[in-house]
Write a protein that binds this ligand. Structure first.
Ligand code: PMP
Ligand code: GLN
Length: 411
């Protein structure tokens, strides 16, 4: 085998999704809705597959034309920049492939990439497979007072700048963040943008949860800050946007001079993703353009629904003595498990970090699946953060209630 597969063979989703299924656990682990997408995109998908032969055949390599046109129209208004549908957008197989193409196209052997922790786990193996070196900067809980909100986790600008070297090519951020739920404020993004401009770095901004913010937190696109359009690759996901993670439609949006290199990777690897799924997402954006800002908009309805689910899960965790960190955005909530006293003497998990052992115990013995938070940290920092586990709340109320029953019974 090739050496690029060394050291990246373990995958938290492969491992814990199987464990949840094997034990038929109530699943607050992997991040996907256990309910259907909105009717307008489901109908669009059905109409697409039952339409003409074209929907079953190849479409344009870099994105089905109706999709890139509708996305350009939709996002130009949001970024405040006229997006060219054919130059500035690449449609990919999920946000995963947008990220993969970005690293392959932009990172050379020996380049350094700064990753803000906690981070969606695939950034690290993707940087490595491109020959780059990942350099980590953690978001740290503010030292003063109780840490109750994801907004209390911040970057230290000095620490961040100290990681930049002449080899630094890019920084990866994720807002709203998985797993913490932090939604970066404009000032925080401006600080990162200033460093990108000062040190001539690219910014890969993973915004798959862009519509999901709570309590008045506002999602801001770093690409919309002055001087950033030219150096930012914004990554998005139709799966997260329209609650259809299995469709695997994702995208990268950015300046044509950057996107063109990602197209080179894309045309020589997957070529394009499923035509009918792209058609459905195209119609989804068309509809959302028309109803934008009105109560009809799914981009308002979904966060409104998740706001209640977030509060329901938080109240449940608090009632059993698990202190959650309230997320300002996204699908997930992390909670401190250090107050829970359990016997984790399972021979099979010896030597593993505390949160991994705890999650395995909770899945096998109590039938509740979650995800260990140290999986979102580099080996250098994972020890400091192995007292947290992640709960997903994009679930039916009945699923959240079933999880609540398990927690209350055992505590
Ligand atoms: N980035 C983040 C932060 C994620 O949580 C996920 C998982 N949904 C992805 C990227 C990958 O998204 P997709 O399912 O569209 O490939
Ligand atoms: N993004 C999802 C999560 O964080 C899952 C990704 C995956 O299953 N590969 O839970």
């Amino acid at each position: 085998h090739a050496s690029r597969t060394d050291g990246v063979d373990k995958n938290v989703w492969v491992e814990f999704t199987k464990l949840a299924a094997d034990y038929k656990a109530v699943n607050l682990g992997q991040g996907f809705p256990d309910f259907s997408p909105p009717k307008f995109v489901q109908d669009a998908f059905c109409n697409a597959v039952s339409g003409g032969f074209q929907m079953h055949q190849y479409t344009r390599a870099f994105g089905h034309p109706p999709l890139v046109k509708n996305m350009a129209k939709f996002f130009s208004r949001i970024v405040g920049h006229e997006i060219d549908p054919f130059e500035d957008i690449l449609v990919t197989v999920g946000a995963y492939q947008a990220l993969f193409s970005a690293f392959q196209a932009l990172i050379d052997e020996g380049d350094e990439v700064i990753i803000v922790e906690p981070f969606f786990d695939c950034y690290q193996p993707m940087v490595k497979m491109a020959g780059g070196k990942a350099v980590y900067v953690p978001l740290r809980p503010k030292a003063d007072g109780a840490i109750l909100s994801s907004g209390d986790w911040v970057l230290n600008p000095k620490e961040l700048e100290s990681k930049i070297t002449p080899s630094t090519k890019a920084i990866v951020i994720n807002t709203p963040n998985n797993p913490l739920g932090k939604v970066y404020k404009t000032e925080e993004l401006q600080m990162i943008a200033d460093l990108c401009i000062k040190h001539d770095m690219l910014c890969i901004s993973d915004e798959v949860y862009e519509w999901l913010t709570y309590d008045g937190a506002k999602h801001v696109k770093i690409a919309s800050l002055p001087g950033m359009w030219e150096r930012t690759i914004t990554v998005g996901s139709g799966g997260k946007t329209f609650s259809a993670t299995g469709w695997k439609v994702g995208w990268a949006i950015g300046a044509g001079h950057i996107i063109k290199h990602m197209k080179t990777i894309h045309q020589n690897t997957v070529y394009h993703c499923a035509t009918a799924a792209q058609e459905a997402v195209a119609q989804g954006f068309e509809r959302e353009y028309e109803v934008f800002g009105t109560p009809e908009s799914y981009f308002l309805q979904l966060p409104a629904m998740l706001y209640h689910k977030r509060n329901k899960l938080a109240a449940c965790l608090q009632s059993v003595g698990l202190q959650p960190i309230m997320p300002e955005g996204g699908y997930f909530m992390i909670a401190d498990i250090s107050s829970v006293k359990v016997d984790l003497n399972d021979k099979r998990t010896e030597g593993e970090s505390y949160d991994f052992r705890f999650v395995k115990w909770l899945t096998k013995e109590k039938g509740l699946a979650t995800i260990p938070v140290s999986a979102f940290y580099s080996p250098e920092h994972s020890k400091e953060f192995d007292k947290y586990i992640r709960f997903c709340f994009v679930k039916e109320d009945s699923t959240l209630d079933a999880a609540g029953d398990i927690l209350r019974k055992w505590s």
